[in-house]
Every structure is written in structure tokens, then in C-alpha cells.
Design a protein around this ligand. Structure first.
Ligand SMILES: NC(=O)c1ccc[n+]([C@@H]2O[C@H](COP(=O)([O-])OP(=O)(O)OC[C@H]3O[C@@H](n4cnc5c(N)ncnc54)[C@H](OP(=O)(O)O)[C@@H]3O)[C@@H](O)[C@H]2O)c1
Length: 163
């Protein structure tokens, strides 16, 4: 199974100036619980935004640069190569962004794990439109904002409709 994991606002906004748009510790824990022990695939900009390899996961970073090297990650030149490597490691593979990588993988993944944040924020990076003819919501859990989590949000699972 190949799964996209993303947190987005009400207008599908996901980032601004190479940063996330909110601070939601509950969502960070959810992300960790979903992805720990499995390979994660990300774009070079998302990797630089995180700044270090995510622990307990093989970090596969996609870049077209031939002169870019970082310790502790696997750098590949295409998304196809990233998925090929990831599948050799584990059946469960997670694609964790950012915008450029989501755009190019929406059509090939089986599942979306979305955190839908109840906020409308300024952004420069967006998640693609989720076509309801292709994707069916199979689970949704609401979380109310609290002193540590600044917005209400939903954890949602979407699965591809078999046609
Ligand atoms: N809310 C969320 O869940 C979430 C998750 C992840 C990221 N984000 C946000 O998203 C933003 C970053 O997204 P982004 O769209 O700017 O960048 P990105 O998708 O993280 O990375 C783009 C880079 O990936 C490489 N790349 C993309 N397609 C490729 C391909 N087909 N073959 C080879 N390399 C390829 C290129 O690297 P080179 O330039 O090195 O060639 C490209 O510049 C940040 O604001 C981040 O905080 C949000």
C-alpha cells in the first residue's frame, strides 16, 4: 500500500515559505504513529524544511540535483526510483510531501491520510483537488482545539474507489 500523508487547511493550503502553517502536536504524533518503521518519500524542499532525517524511517529524498548530499538519507533522481527503493524495504510506503511531490503522486497512491485543519491561512503551496469520483472517505475523527493545538481538525482517510 502506498499512502500520502498530508495536513491541509480549508483551501488545501499546506505551506508558506517552506514551513508548515500551524503547530499541532497531536497531528505530529499522528504522523509519527502512521509512518514510523516504514520508508518515507519526500521532495528536497520538504527535507530541507524538516532539516534532519526523520528517525526510525528510511528517508528517501527526491532531487534533480547531482551535487547535493546529506548524511542519513537516500537521495534519488525520480519519484519512480523513490518508490522502487521504498517497495524493496517495505510493502507500506508513505509519501510525505511537499506540493510538487503530491501533485505527481496523487494518481499512483492507494490511500490518503489527511489532517483537515479548520483554518483559512495565507499559503504558497497547496494540495491538489481531491476528486470525489476517485476518492471515497472511509474514516473521519474530529479533534477539538485545546491549549496545545491551535485549531480544530479532522483526521480523514480516503481510499481509491475501485472502478
Ligand atoms: N502540510 C503538510 O502536510 C506538508 C507536508 C510536506 C511539506 N509541506 C510544505 O510544502 C512546502 C514544500 O513543498 P514544495 O512543493 O515547495 O517542494 P517539495 O515537493 O517538497 O520539493 C520539491 C523538490 O523536489 C524535487 N523534485 C520534485 N519533483 C521531482 C521529480 N519528478 N524528479 C526529481 N526531483 C523532483 C526537486 O528538487 P531539486 O530542486 O533539488 O531538484 C524540487 O525542487 C513547504 O512549505 C512545506 O512546509 C507541507
Amino acid at each position: 500500500m502506498t499512502t500520502i500523508v498530508v495536513a491541509m487547511g480549508e483551501k488545501n493550503e499546506i505551506g508558506f515559505e517552506n514551513q508548515l502553517l500551524w503547530h499541532l502536536p497531536k497531528d505530529l504524533k499522528h504522523f509519527k504513529d502512521l509512518t514510523s518503521g516504514h520508508p518515507v518519500i519526500m521532495g528536497r524542499k520538504t527535507y530541507e524544511s524538516i532539516g534532519k532525517p526523520l528517525p526510525n524511517r528510511t528517508n528517501i529524498v527526491v532531487s534533480r540535483k547531482s551535487d547535493w548530499f546529506q548524511e542519513g538519507i537516500l537521495i534519488v533522481g525520480s519519484i519512480k526510483e523513490a518508490i522502487k527503493f521504498a517497495k524493496k524495504i517495505d510493502e507500506e510506503v508513505f509519501i510525505i510531501g511537499g506540493g510538487k511531490i503530491y501533485e505527481q503522486t496523487m494518481d499512483i497512491v492507494d490511500r490518503l491520510e489527511i489532517t483537515r485543519v479548520k483554518a483559512d491561512l495565507e499559503a504558497d503551496t497547496y494540495f491538489p483537488n481531491i476528486d470525489e469520483k476517485i476518492w471515497k472517505k472511509t474514516n473521519e475523527v474530529f479533534h477539538e482545539k485545546d491549549e496545545k493545538n491551535q485549531y480544530d481538525f479532522y483526521f480523514q482517510t480516503f481510499e481509491k474507489i475501485n472502478v
